[in-house]
Design a protein around this ligand. Structure first.
Ligand SMILES: Nc1nc2c(ncn2[C@@H]2O[C@H](COP(=O)(O)OP(=O)(O)OP(=O)(O)O)[C@@H](O)[C@H]2O)c(=O)[nH]1
Ligand SMILES: [Mg+2]
Length: 261
């Protein structure tokens, strides 16, 4: 096939480019590119993992390149066992809820990216174990945190008392910049309520915390809680980026660019 290239009539090097109708070769090329393109950014293992993690990575990559300010923020959840810390995080990160959620051992780590108009926040979330035997580990998780969420269960007065103790401990650890939230979870169990809204609100007000009532089960106020945390973190962060970079995964993981063999 002859085509005009650079003002001269030449034999086309890739004649299929000039065809108006696609044949088997073109569809095959398209298919190969559809497979190759995601491999530019993700390993095969990542693409095999469940959708939330895959989309999370994609969102992270996209937002890191489009936002004006990228902030990596450590967030820690504290509170008595069974108050719903893990359930809140799972609801926020994966949109899931389990009636029989296993008790956390030590701590669990999650990441989630939130995009606001003013910034993109990448949360490193430490969901601590509420059992007393893990108490001594807590400083490791709240040290250096940008925000802490103290959770209690509205159907348990003990968990509210425990929440007060956590607030005192956080205040003692001496980070004046720590953004603190008090969360009254399980508001779907209104008929079993033992701790009134006013009590929670009062406690939060006295100690300078922001108060939220949530239900991990019905998802009530869960996204709102994390968006509010993101907004507060973004507001507290320095107005000019300090050179912090977002990485969708560790550098040493050996990502290969433009390679699909
Ligand atoms: N009805 C109701 N149940 C909830 C809610 N949140 C959590 N639960 C249930 O409460 C139980 C404990 O929830 P977890 O998320 O494991 O609590 P946790 O605070 O992480 O507990 P530890 O890991 O032991 O510290 C689970 O059976 C959840 O299904 C909620 O909002 N409403
Ligand atoms: Mg847990």
């Amino acid at each position: 096939m002859k085509v005009v290239q650079g003002g001269k009539l030449k034999e086309a090097t890739r004649p299929w480019l000039y065809r108006t109708r696609w044949g088997r070769t073109q569809y095959l090329s398209l298919f190969v590119w559809c497979v190759r393109f995601p491999l530019t950014f993700f390993s095969v293992d990542e693409m095999r993992s469940p959708p939330p993690s895959y989309f999370n990575q994609a969102a992270l990559w996209l937002m890191a390149r489009t936002s004006n300010k990228n902030i990596q923020a450590k967030l820690v959840l504290l509170g008595d066992m069974g108050t719903g810390k893990t359930s809140l995080v799972l609801r926020f990160v994966k949109g899931q809820f389990f009636d029989y959620q296993e008790s956390t051992i030590g701590a669990a780590f999650f990441t989630q990216v939130l995009s606001l108009n003013e910034a993109t926040i990448k949360f490193d979330i430490w969901d601590t174990a509420g059992q007393e035997r893990y108490h001594s580990l807590a400083p490791m998780y709240y040290r250096g945190a940008a925000a802490a969420v103290v959770v209690y269960d509205i159907t348990s007065s003990d968990s509210f008392e425990r929440a007060k103790k956590w607030i005192q401990e956080l205040q003692r650890q001496g980070n004046p910049n720590l953004i603190m939230f008090l969360v009254a979870n399980k508001v779907d169990l209104e008929e079993k309520r033992k701790v009134g809204s006013e009590e929670g609100e009062q406690c939060a007000k006295e100690n300078g915390l922001t108060f939220f009532e949530t239900s991990a089960k019905t998802a009530q106020n869960v996204n709102e809680l994390f968006y509010e945390i993101a907004k507060r973190v973004a507001k507290a962060a320095p107005s000019r980026p300090t050179g912090m970079k977002l990485h969708s995964r560790p550098q040493e993981s050996g990502r290969r660019f433009f390679c699909c063999s």
